[in-house]
Design a protein around this ligand. Sequence first.
Ligand code: C2E
Ligand code: MG
Ligand code: MG
Ligand code: MG
Length: 292
Amino acid sequence: NVKQHDRNGYRFFSARMKEALEADLFLERELQRALQNDEFELYYQPQVDLQLGCVSGLEALLRWKHPQRGLIAPDTFISVAERSGLIIPLGQLVLRKACRSYQILDLLGLGHLRIAINLSALQFRDPLFPRTFQQIMTEHQVNPAQIELELTESMLMTNIEEAIMILDQLKQLGATLAIDDFGTGYSSLSYLKRLPVDIIKVDRAFVKDIPDNENDMEITAAVIAMAHKLKRKVVAEGVETLMQEQFLRDNDCDYLQGYRYSPPLPESELTSQIARIDLELGNSSGNGRCIQ
Ligand code: C2E
Ligand code: MG
Ligand code: MG
Ligand code: MG
């Protein structure tokens, strides 16, 4: 009997929905508590400059150090933080923590490194964001150019005119701008020339099957060539193998990021791991040469 089935299906669905809502609410309260309890920490993944043979930047990646559950990756809580609006204070915390890490690196002679930060859609569209960004930079006396703001393609493509205005504002404040996960959204390369961004990050999805997937190799090479024509730099994400590195080097990719060089690291491991990577990339001097 179809009706019976539908009714059961509906009841099942609403029970599942209720569960999901309750789980979200629980997580939201947990996130609020975690913010007050200072349980969030930034890990940093090195980005290497192939031409210089050195680490040239770091991507800040958020981790939740849960007292019972241990280290939690952002994919499990960022969406709830967005839906509840908690991403606004959390995003400010990320900016502050990144500035503090930059101050420490600067004192250690690593002030040439740029720190990339991921912005959420809500943060980016927050009319107060540019001013908050400027305030935090001034407070910490960090040159905004050393902070790279990563925005995803889909964030920029919803209401592109407004997005361009915000990007212009941030650019005027001196920030470095990057498009994250490039190629996974629905923007066309032709939009790129209208967006005042400095860097394009080719998504891991295109890198992971190099050299087995011819299409991915064609796309990656084309994105790099097009970005260079528009005077943008390119980062490849998720580089894991020597073959991938070689392909990206042959195609003039500017920066590489991935497990091949390092996973995201706690701040305390940065100096030793950066020295290790520089050495492996052939910069045996260990200092000097890598400062741009
Ligand atoms: P994303 O910005 O695209 O970051 C890259 C993700 O790929 C990171 O996952 C990183 O750990 C992972 N990854 C790096 N190299 C490799 C590799 O060689 N192989 C593989 N398989 N994975 C690699 P993570 O740290 O779990 O972050 C996931 C996403 O969460 C990020 O994707 C970003 O969109 C978001 N996120 C992270 N931190 C923040 C934050 O502070 N604020 C906001 N709004 N979003 C954040
Ligand atoms: Mg990112
Ligand atoms: Mg990315
Ligand atoms: Mg990605």
